[in-house]
Design a protein around this ligand. Structure first.
Ligand code: HMG
Length: 390
């Protein structure tokens, strides 16, 4: 029985910051952002957008392709949760009019939780082949202003349906995992931005890659060369390039050629270069980018995927692309979404960044910015208020 991703779409906020503008304002050589980190633009959330509105926008696109009444579970993966108790998925359940018989839960383990959600969905669909599970990964990758992490911000959501007879790809059920308690990146409940040990986080990312790959290749029997392309969790595109060069060298005992590096991963990085980090959505935006920006037919090809979440867990697994995938991907939709965003100035970006729902007490209306189909319009008695736009 084939189980995998039947439909997959993403959404990102309607504003962006040019990396060049940020570099100039922070008195940094723009070469560091463009070449050193591989970033051109980052998506910026206005105050009336959040992980829930982004998730609902991505979810709405997915629901155009499936019978909503068959969706029996929503797994919401995030590390930018808005409530200590209620799952962000409950608001999405309402905004999307999901059936009352659909279970809802939120999952967290830094950037890894979407992969955990997919694993859980796989097991549930295996038990009940009629089941259609919606997995949503939605995050606002936020660092302190003027910090080294600032150019690696971004925001976005990916929604997908996991089911039998998938139209996009089948999941192979052999994965390698490496987990270890570590303090490379963490955000205590009282903070709006994380603490980061940047160099250590890169070291751990690569260590978890080596270890999870070894286990994966051992139990799957798949060799490096059997993977047609690779997708990596991409906190910034250069990290994915470093990761691929690292894995190649471990498997081939010599450095990767630049043009091969480009062939094997550059399609997956096109969207991330102009969106930025999206934490748990990042790997799956890379996957969509690969599917939509690779000219040759990927049907039947094996793609290697590496998911990493600080704290830390790495998982290496693979998927096989299905014959009809081109009929359910949306390159035009996503291109339009990205190319119609409004550019923000540094002062606008800082004002949006400084808006925090932690400052909102009692009743408060939020001005209307450029949005997708859903917006957060205010707070009343500490409750979040959402609306769907015409
Ligand atoms: P930094 O200290 O500002 O930068 O931090 P740097 O000095 O290390 O420079 C970065 C690169 O730019 C270097 O390249 C420089 O040589 C180059 P490398 O040597 O690494 O190949 N460079 C230049 N290149 C061209 N022209 C120039 C120039 N100047 C310098 N003029 C760091 C960088 C990524 C650490 C920082 O941005 C950071 O802390 N980011 C957040 C943490 C992060 O993204 N970690 C990645 C792995 S952990 C992860 O992926 C999990 C995560 O997504 C969270 C989660 O799981 O929830 C973050």
């Amino acid at each position: 029985m084939k189980i995998g991703i039947d439909v997959i779409k993403f959404y990102t906020a309607r504003y962006y910051l040019e990396a060049n503008d940020l570099a100039q304002s922070r008195d940094v050589d723009s070469g560091k952002y463009f070449k050193g980190l591989g970033i051109k633009k980052i998506s910026v959330m206005p105050p009336d957008e959040d992980i829930i509105t982004m998730a609902a926008n991505a979810g709405k696109e997915v629901l155009r392709y499936v019978d909503i009444n068959k969706v029996d579970m929503l797994l919401f993966a995030t590390e930018s949760g808005v409530d200590q108790s209620k799952s962000s998925g409950m608001w999405v359940h309402k905004l999307l009019n999901l059936p009352e018989t659909c279970r809802v839960v939120e999952l967290k383990q830094a950037c890894y939780s979407a992969t955990a959600a997919i694993r859980m969905a796989f097991a549930m669909v295996y038990q009940n082949p009629e089941s259609k599970i919606m997995v949503i990964a939605s995050d606002n990758a936020r660092y302190e202003l003027n910090s080294p992490g600032e150019p690696t911000q971004g925001c976005g959501a990916v929604a997908m349906i996991i089911s039998t007879n998938p139209r996009v790809l089948s999941l192979q059920n052999k994965a390698g995992v490496y987990a270890k308690d570590a303090m490379d990146f963490w955000r205590p409940n009282y903070r709006t931005e994380p603490f980061v040990n940047g160099g250590y986080s890169i070291e751990l990312y690569l260590k978890a890659l080596s270890e999870s790959w070894k286990q994966y290749s051992l139990i799957s029997g798949n060799l490096f060369d059997q993977h047609y392309k690779f997708c990596y969790h991409s906190p910034f595109p250069k990290m994915a390039e470093k990761a691929h060069a690292h894995l190649f060298k471990e498997n081939n005992n010599h450095e990767i050629d630049k043009s091969l590096l480009k062939t094997e991963i550059s399609g997956s990085l096109k969207y991330g270069r102009i969106i930025g980090n999206t934490y748990t959505a990042s790997l799956y935006i890379c996957l969509i980018s690969l599917l939509e920006n690779t000219k040759e037919n990927l049907a039947g090809k094996i793609i290697g995927l590496y998911s990493y979440g600080s704290g830390c867990i790495g998982e290496f697994f693979s998927v096989v692309i299905e014959a009809g995938y081109k009929e359910v991907i949306s390159a035009e939709l996503h291109d339009k979404l990205l190319n119609t965003r409004q550019r923000v100035s540094i002062s606008q970006y800082e004002a949006y960044h400084n808006f925090s729902d932690k400052m909102v007490e009692g009743n408060h209306n939020i001005p209307h910015y450029e949005d997708g189909q859903f917006r957060l319009f205010g707070f009343k008695d500490h409750m979040r208020l959402y609306e769907e736009l015409e």
